[in-house]
Structure formats: C-alpha cells, structure tokens
Write a protein that binds this ligand. Sequence first.
Ligand code: ASP
Ligand code: MG
Length: 417
Amino acid sequence: MARIVMKFGGTSVADMDRIRVVARHVKREVDAGHEVAVVVSAMSGKTNELVGWTRDASPMHDAREYDAVVASGEQVTSGLVAIALQHLGINARSWQGWQIPIKTDNAHGAARILEINGDEIIRRMGEGQVAVVAGFQGLGPDNRISTLGRGGSDTSAVAIAAAVKADRCDIYTDVDGVYTTDPRIVPKARRLKKIAFEEMLEMASLGAKVLQVRSVELAMVFKVRTFVRSSFEDPDAPGMGDLLNPPGTLICDEEEIVEQEVVTGIAYAKDEAQISLRRLSDRPGVSAAIFGPLAENHINVDMIVQNISEDGSTTDMTFTVPSGDVDKALKVLGDHKEQIGYDVIQNESGLVKVSVIGIGMRSHAGVAASAFRALAEKGINIKAITTSEIKISILIDGPYAELAVRTLHSCYGLDKS
Ligand code: ASP
Ligand code: MG
C-alpha cells in the first residue's frame, strides 16, 4: 500500500470523456489498495476565458475579485471528478482550497502557499475516501480565495503531497515524461527515467514547460518524489499501475539516481536580449547602480558578464533580459545615466540561450570545452557564457538555436538509446 497524489492538468480534464478516463486512472490505484488524493486543474482553456472576462469587466480590476473568478474553473472540475468517481462506486469528495484550508499569503493572483494541514485528508484517506482537491487556489490571510499564478495547480499537487506525506506525486499531463531536450527539435530526444530535482529546476526555468517552476522548488525542498506521466495512455494498459516502474519520468533526489550521466539534458530559452554598457566607470557601487533600478522596475536580469578593466578606470558590462523588457530596461538605464556613469548603451534582441544541464558536471572536467568545440565546428558564434555547478549557458543568435540544440544533444551522446 502506498499513499499517492494524482494531479490532472487541463487537457486531462478537458471534457466529460476525458474526466471519465481520469476516474479510471484513479480507480486503478484505489483498486490496487493505495490511498489516493487527486488534484485537478480547470478544463483546458477555461482559465484563459475567465481571465479574459475579468479584463473585459475592467482592465484595472481588484485582484481579490480576479481570484474569486478564476478559481472557479478548478471548483467545477473537482466536483465533476468526484461525481465521476462516485459513479464508478468509489467513495470520493471534492475539497476547495478554503475548506482544507490551503493557507497562502496575501499576494492575490500570485499567492504562495504558507501552510496546509493534511490531517483531515489523511484521516479520510485512511477510511478509504478519495479527496479531490481543486488545484491553483487557496485561502489568503484576509479570509478570501487566492490563486497561485498560472500553472499553479502543479504547485498545489506537490504541496498537498508534502502535507499528506505521500510516497509519490503523479503529475498526469499531455506528455509522457521529461525529455533530454525538446523532441520537436530533436526527434531522437529520449524520455528520461529519472532526473534530479536540481536538474529539473534548471530545465523548468529554461522553458521546458512540463511543470510550473515553483512546484519543482517545493518538490526539492520537501523531497516529494514527483512523477510526470501521460493521462492519454489507456488507464488499464500493462505497467500503468506498476508502483515501482511505471512509464514516465521520476523527479527525485540525486541519491536515487544510480547511473548518473554527465549531462542530463539540453534546454533553451528564446527571446532573450542582450544589453551592453560600454566604458562604465570601474568603481564600487556601479553594479548596484545598474541592477538596483532594473529590479525596482521588475525587470528580470539573467546572464551578467562584466569585463575586468584594462587600466582600472573603465569597464564593460553585458547582461540579458527577456526581449519584451528591452525598451523598458533601456528607458530605466537612460534615466539613471548620471548615477551609473557609462559612455554608450548597445542592445540586441532575438537571441537564444542554450543550456547544458547535468549534476554529473560537478565531478567531470571538460564538459564546457566539448560544447564550445562542437559549436565552433558548426560555425556558431558564442556571445556570452555563464556557468553554475550543474549548468553551462551559452547565448547565441536566434537563427542558430535549433542547430545548437541538436549539436549539443549529440555531442554529449544523448541521441543514443
Ligand atoms: N488552471 C490554471 C491555469 O490555467 C492552473 C493550472 O492549470 O495549473 O493556469
Ligand atoms: Mg498546467
């Protein structure tokens, strides 16, 4: 017997036929003797529609009322899934965020979960009742419904799994796992059996849109073994109910990964822009003078490269921001020209950041050198490089993105099965 949280995303509950498939997936686990809590998203497209209505009502709407509106999508699916389960003879009930309660902070529209008391759900699971929890929503300190930001039901699922001390959190979605890279670019990309929390965090932050980034952070902190799998498989297909080795990708502690490869995956992020400040005065406080105002204006800066100055008087600073933020960033930097003290600003949009990720890098030399060599052989120019213990990120011109991803994917032997 195990305790499992099963999360179903929007495409998995898109209509009543899909909801009936969800109920069969749940029934399979219940029949196998497991204790089950289910977390659901809204039907696909529903949240967009609800968001659209709030904007239509008023572009400057009250965020608390926005939450009251957009949380309703999950309320509907939680009830429908509970009914579908009851129809199959399973003891089930729906739970809204405020009923558990899933306590969040006051940041309506992008709230963070603070606390969940899982006792009542645990008690009822012990009695054989399936809890069907509305994802994406919670209860703020102002006693009003809050929502967790788009894609937040992944985070709800991982948080519920931590609160009820589940053995595993299964994320049922429209893909069957996490791949070594985007299979649309590299058809030979392989589904990973396992990936470490840290690696998944990098992959998710870099645009592998399988899970909300916040959910991976939570899974890492609370060590929730999180399993990404497809809800489009036949619920009763062989292996689907296999507790130890089901089809999909397990996101887990690195200690659980025995055959660690040096490189696990290649991720990429499009629409990056580069901004360079030339002939900056090289003095204490200059970085603070640049990045302070950018942060105050909510501009997310990513790669930062500063040159060592030749003569101790001036230096160059280059950094990246999302392409959509360039104009705003240039305006902020222009407004602070006096305080910062630079000669000229240059910028370039339409760049791509390609990243090589793997915890095996910590103990292997030469990983970066192989990437640089492989890209050079293809004539791809590198504009900037940053590294961390488990990641090398390379900024290149947009049109080379696919070639670079393919080149790096085969360079580290990820093509072979
Ligand atoms: N329904 C919400 C959204 O579309 C939450 C989720 O699906 O995770 O963002
Ligand atoms: Mg989602």
